[in-house]
Design a protein around this ligand. Structure first.
Ligand code: GDP
Ligand code: K
Ligand code: MG
Length: 264
């Protein structure tokens, strides 16, 4: 059985999709340290296990509940990350998607709410989106289970998934990422993902990195990188800088794969 982690922004149809892809599920208690129930289900074809994670807008946690998702990604190594994307809010949703692509594990996108998006005159080309993200993209309507059989088939084909694409964060930040990445031992969590999450202020990842590096070294590395970026750009901090680079990439991606038949 493969393990599949279900990740997405709040209210994107995660629960609907979980129910459509699994027949029954178990509550296996709460996630460590929080009162959020842990829900694990067996996929309908019995070839994988689906783990429901709390909805988040970013992997940098703002609360203990949100930290569950990052904690899970640090501790476990899911074979596939299943990202629910609300097609009608795709611009906002792709910030999380790009962070999941950085994680480096096979990424499958359930492009949900396609009925809502089309109702608003927005058409998204799944093949183009797939090529630009380096992810398998399957359009679905979780509420009516449309597309869920196709989605299931795509999930259980590890090895057949493309390599997740990388955002170019510019020479200065790329050099900092490479420096940190080179010092992180080879293991299932992508060094690039850890480096970027650390640099954008993910406290959970920072704590984890303190098991590898002295806290003072990490702090100095962060401060130096931040002042280098501040000196060259008009960004006040690394989180802002990283967010803006992702926003630019998202604009390019959407320009290439979205068609608006009318605007609201
Ligand atoms: P969650 O908060 O991410 O777990 O999202 P839910 O599964 O609870 O869905 C939020 C709302 O969106 C519910 O009212 C669902 O019935 C609805 N919903 C989910 N998927 C779709 C979809 O593809 N199309 C439409 N129109 N509504 C959907
Ligand atoms: K909800
Ligand atoms: Mg839910």
């Amino acid at each position: 059985m493969i393990s599949v982690a279900l990740v997405g922004n709040p209210n994107t149809g995660k629960t609907s999709l979980f129910n459509a892809l699994t027949r029954s599920y178990e509550y296996v208690g709460n996630w460590a340290g929080v009162t959020v129930e842990k829900k694990v289900g067996v996929l309908l074809d019995k070839r994988g296990e689906l783990v429901d994670l709390p909805g988040v807008y970013s992997l940098s946690p703002l609360s203990k509940d949100e930290a569950v998702t990052t904690e899970y990604m640090l501790q476990s190594a899911p074979d596939v990350v299943l990202n629910v994307v609300d097609a009608s809010q795709i611009e906002r949703n792709l910030h999380l998607t790009l962070q999941l692509a950085e994680y480096g594990h096979p990424l499958v996108i359930a492009l949900n709410m396609t009925d809502v998006a089309e109702g608003r005159g927005l058409k998204i080309d799944p093949a183009r989106l797939s090529a630009l993200l380096g992810a398998t993209v399957v359009p679905v309507i979780a509420r009516t289970e449309k597309g869920c059989v196709e989605l299931l088939q795509e999930i259980v084909q590890p090895g057949a998934h493309p390599t997740p694409a990388k955002v170019d964060y510019g020479p200065l930040l790329e050099a900092a990422i490479a420096k940190l990445e080179a010092r992180i031992p080879e293991q299932p969590r992508a060094g690039r993902w850890l480096a970027l999450q650390f640099l954008e202020g993910n406290e959970t990842v920072a704590e984890w990195l303190k098991t590898l590096f002295p806290a003072e070294w990490l702090e100095r590395f962060y401060r130096t990188t931040e002042s280098d970026i501040a000196a060259q750009t008009n960004c006040r901090g690394l989180p802002q800088y990283i967010r803006e680079r992702r926003a630019e990439r998202i604009k390019d991606i959407l320009e290439a794969c979205c068609q608006r038949t009318r605007t609201e």
